[in-house]
Design a binder for this molecule. Structure first.
Ligand code: ATP
Ligand code: MG
Length: 407
């Protein structure tokens, strides 16, 4: 692999996507070196249930990647999601150690460490990332690094992103058996956000929604930092299943109908890329199936999924107060009309996004479905160039734990 290149992999329920990016001195945009993908088997709702099947899919995806790039292997960064990934906030309080009351970096680390100790519901979970969101010095709140300020007591409030230990073990096993060495694991909603959100959006308050095959992940940002994260157990494959049942067709036919003719908000779909009515003015597609009925089935399932999204916003007290709106990615974001649907349903500004601001073979990844793969790789690349605020200050414990499993 060339000097400053990195490989990132998105372990999705429907497909595994591999991409390589490189930083070229003097160029501001990362270059896409190449990409490859393979259909996944052995996963359910983003969680590995059969590591052997996933190993096969990783090998296949790496094979396609090698064909496209000529790169045989390298250390990879893996984006992992699924229903095992969640966020949790915790607080940690310490006494400032210096007699003159000046807060040291050490005090800050201790306060963050105390918040980790105070984490509840951590059994069978590992910490993937941690973000100090605010500090309190003797009850005065500050949102920047408190080192150098004066006080008696320092409290840190930290957002932790965690995953089930068992799913991490399975992922490591699947990669090991495919002879691919994982350098780091990144929570995929965080990676997707890194690929498509602008810093202004993260600053003012924005939700990223990754509409995948079997999961929908939401991650909120505020003041530049993640605020909450939840992985919902439904995605675009559930729409396919509904179509199969509603129109009494096979899953393969249902998927084709969804991809080729599916829309949401059939009546006012004038802004959709696909025509609202097929040529000839008939409502029927493939001669038999009503496009209107198809849109109704799709809308019913989307409505259920967005109800869960709304519930999350309510739970974290952000319903109706996200100035940056919602940014939609994932393969499911390709559904025509989804932007308008999200706007109406959540009463927020909405846009569909795909990885942009890239050079090289960028067309290979110009689809909302590639956001996690590209984001994972971008985070890795920035880390290599020591620019990423995301990867700094992350817990070392998980990686010590991870290394314990590696040869
Ligand atoms: N034009 C389209 N309209 C609707 N759905 C689409 C379209 N194109 C792709 N999809 C759906 O996107 C899904 C795949 O998305 P993606 O690649 O983001 O999933 P994944 O990452 O493998 O899964 P997950 O994130 O749930 O683990 C499939 O269910 C596919 O049917
Ligand atoms: Mg996905």
């Amino acid at each position: 692999m060339r000097a400053k290149g990195v490989i990132g992999i998105d372990i999705g329920t429907e497909s595994i996507k591999v991409v390589a990016l490189e930083a070229v001195p003097g160029e501001s945009l990362a270059r896409v070196v190449g990409a490859g993908a393979a259909l996944t088997k052995g996963m359910r709702k983003g969680v590995i249930i059969d590591p052997t099947e996933v190993t096969k899919a990783i090998k296949e995806a790496m094979g396609a990647f090698e064909k496209s790039t000529g790169i045989k292997s390298g250390n990879v960064y893996a984006g992992i999601g699924g229903i095992g990934v969640a966020s949790q906030k915790s607080k940690g309080l310490v006494a400032v150690s210096r007699a003159d009351g000046e807060i040291t970096k050490e005090d800050v680390f201790r306060a963050i460490g105390a918040s980790e100790t105070n984490l509840s519901r951590i059994q069978n979970r590992e910490i993937l990332h941690k973000f100090p969101v605010l500090y309190r010095i003797d009850n005065e709140t500050i949102t920047h690094d408190p080192a150098g300020l004066m006080g008696v007591r320092l409290e840190a409030e930290v957002l932790f992103i965690t995953s089930f230990s068992q799913s991490l073990k399975n992922i490591i096993k699947a990669f090991e058996e495919a002879d691919v060495y994982i350098e780091e694991i990144i929570a995929s909603p965080l990676a997707a956000a890194h690929a498509v959100l602008e810093s202004r959006e993260k600053e003012v308050g924005t939700m990223l929604l990754d509409f995948g095959a079997s999961t929908t992940s939401v991650i909120l940002f505020e003041e530049g930092l993640p605020y909450s994260l939840e992985v919902l157990p439904f995605g675009s494959s559930h729409i396919t299943q509904d179509i199969a049942m509603g129109l009494r067709v096979t899953l393969e036919e249902a998927e084709k109908l969804k991809i080729n003719y599916g829309t949401v908000r059939y009546e006012n779909s004038s802004s959709n890329k696909k025509p609202a009515r097929p040529a000839g003015g008939t409502d029927l597609v493939y001669g038999n199936y009503s496009k209107k009925k198809l849109a109704e089935i799709i809308e019913a399932r989307l409505d259920d999924i967005f109800e869960l999204v709304e519930k999350h916003l309510k739970k974290v007290e952000r319903l109706g107060i996200l100035p940056g709106g919602v940014v939609i990615v994932g393969g499911g974001a390709n559904l025509p009309g989804i932007e308008e649907f999200a706007k109406e349903r959540l009463k927020l500004h909405a846009r569909v996004a795909e990885p942009a601001a890239l050079g090289g073979f960028k067309d290979k990844v110009r689809n909302p479905a590639w956001s996690v793969a590209v984001g994972t790789t971008l985070m890795a690349l920035e880390k290599k160039n020591s620019l990423s605020p995301f990867l700094r200050g992350r817990s070392g414990s998980f990686f010590k734990w991870l290394r314990a499993f590696l040869p």
